[in-house]
Design a protein around this ligand. Structure first.
Ligand SMILES: Nc1nc2c(ncn2[C@@H]2O[C@H](COP(=O)(O)OP(=O)(O)OP(=O)(O)O)[C@@H](O)[C@H]2O)c(=O)[nH]1
Length: 325
C-alpha cells in the first residue's frame, strides 16, 4: 500500500532507482565525454557505504566504496564543479587505488546533482587517464548537464508517482478498478498462453446500505477501509486485491486450484466475520470462479458475479464457488 508520506531517504532512492537503465541518461553522459574530451563518464549516486553508477561510459564496475570515491569530495561544495587536474599530485587522491592502478585515473571533474529539495544526491563526472584541465565552457557545460540529469530524474519520479496514484483507490489505499482491469487482462492472457490457471473472487460487504444509513457515510468509509485492510493483510503476497467499486472488492488468486482458493476465501470471510467491529458486526459474501472453465474473461467475471448473487440469495456471509468440484 502506498504510504501517505515518504522519508527523504526513500525519496532520494526512488529518484535514483527510477533512472536505472535510462537511455536519456546514457545520452547525457555520452555528451559529457564529448564535451570534456574524456573516455570515462558516469552519473553517480551516493549512499552510506557506496557510490553507485546509475549510468556509465568507459567503465565496467557499477559501484565504488564511498571511502575511495572522488565524487564524495565533489559533493561537499554543491555550487561548483570539482576539478582534479592530476590526481597523483593531489593529497586526497594520490593513494587512491583507482589512481595507483596501472593506467589509473589521473584527471577527474565532477558536478554535484542537486535535487529540487536542495539535497545533493550524487554527481555527473568524467575521468581521464592523463592529467589535464577543463576550460570555463567545459565546466559550465558539465554543470548544465547536471541540471539536465536532475530534471530527467525528477520527471521520471513524478511520472512514476502519477502512475501509482492512477492505480490506487483514494479511500482504501489499495489497487483500484483500473489496476484490476490491467491485472485481470494480463492474468487471463497468461492463463491462455501458459495454462497456469487462476481463481477470481468478487467480495461484497453485506447490508452495507443499512450500515451507512445507521451510522453515517464517514463511519461507512472507515468500515470499508477496514474490510480492505483485513483482506490485504491476510491474502498471500502474490494474490492481487483491489477495490472493484462501491462496497465491492475483487481478488485474483494465481496458481491456485478451486479447492484451495475456496479454503483461502473461507478463511478471509471468517476473518471479517470474527473481527471485532465497534459499531455493528460486518460480514462479506463472496462469489468465486476458476479461470480454467472459461476462454473469455468477461464470462469468467460474469460467473463470479453470479456466484456472488447466489451467496447473497442463500443468506449472505458465505462463499459460493463455480467449479468442477
Ligand atoms: N460509506 C461508503 N458507502 C459506500 C461507498 N461506496 C458504496 N457505498 C454504499 O454501499 C451501499 C451498497 O448498498 P447495496 O448495493 O444496496 O447493497 P447492501 O446494502 O450492501 O446489500 P447487499 O449487498 O444485498 O447485502 C450503498 O448504500 C452505497 O452508498 C463508499 O465509498 N463509502
Amino acid at each position: 500500500m502506498p504510504k501517505a508520506t515518504q522519508s527523504n531517504q526513500e525519496n532520494k532512492s526512488s529518484l535514483v532507482m527510477a533512472a536505472q537503465g535510462d537511455q536519456n541518461l546514457q545520452d547525457i553522459i555520452q555528451l559529457a565525454c564529448y564535451i570534456c574530451d574524456s573516455p570515462v563518464a558516469m552519473v553517480t549516486r551516493v549512499d552510506d557505504t557506496e557510490l553507485n553508477f546509475i549510468a556509465k561510459v568507459g567503465v565496467s564496475a557499477s559501484s565504488v566504496a564511498r571511502k575511495d570515491s572522488f565524487c564524495v569530495y565533489a559533493m561537499e561544495d554543491p555550487a561548483t564543479v570539482m576539478v582534479v587536474p592530476d590526481a597523483r599530485l593531489d593529497h586526497r587522491f594520490s593513494a587512491n587505488p583507482m589512481v595507483l592502478a596501472e593506467s589509473g585515473y589521473r584527471f577527474y571533474a565532477g558536478s554535484p546533482l542537486i535535487s529540487l529539495t536542495g539535497e545533493v544526491i550524487g554527481t555527473i563526472c568524467v575521468f581521464d587517464y592523463v592529467p589535464k584541465q577543463l576550460n570555463q565552457k567545459q565546466i559550465s557545460s558539465l554543470q548544465a548537464l547536471s541540471r539536465q540529469v536532475i530534471a530527467m530524474l525528477e520527471l521520471k519520479q513524478m511520472s512514476e508517482q502519477l502512475h501509482t496514484i492512477s492505480m490506487t483507490d483514494a479511500l482504501t489505499g489499495i489497487n483500484n478498478r483500473r489496476a484490476f482491469d490491467q491485472k485481470f487482462e494480463a492474468e487471463f492472457a497468461r492463463w491462455q498462453r501458459t495454462g497456469q490457471c487462476f481463481v477470481l473472487a468478487l467480495i461484497d460487504i453485506d447490508h452495507f446500505k443499512s450500515f451507512n444509513d445507521s451510522f453515517g457515510h464517514a463511519e461507512g468509509d472507515q468500515a470499508l477501509s477496514q474490510v480492505a485492510r483485513l483482506f490485504q493483510q491476510h491474502c498471500r503476497n502474490y494474490d492481487f486485491f483491489a477495490r472493484y467499486g462501491g462496497e465491492e472488492f475483487v481478488l485474483i488468486l494465481p496458481g491456485t486450484d478451486s479447492a484451495s482458493a475456496y479454503k483461502t476465501l473461507e478463511k478471509l470471510r471468517l476473518i471479517v466475520a470474527n473481527h471485532h467491529w465497534s459499531l455493528r458486526q460486518l460480514t462479506v459474501s463472496i462469489g468465486v470462479a476458476s479461470a480454467d472453465l472459461f476462454n473469455d474473461k468477461h464470462k469468467l467475471l460474469e460467473a463470479a458475479d453470479k456466484m456472488l448473487y447466489q451467496a447473497k440469495a442463500l443468506g449472505r456471509n458465505r462463499c459460493c464457488i463455480l467449479s468442477t468440484i
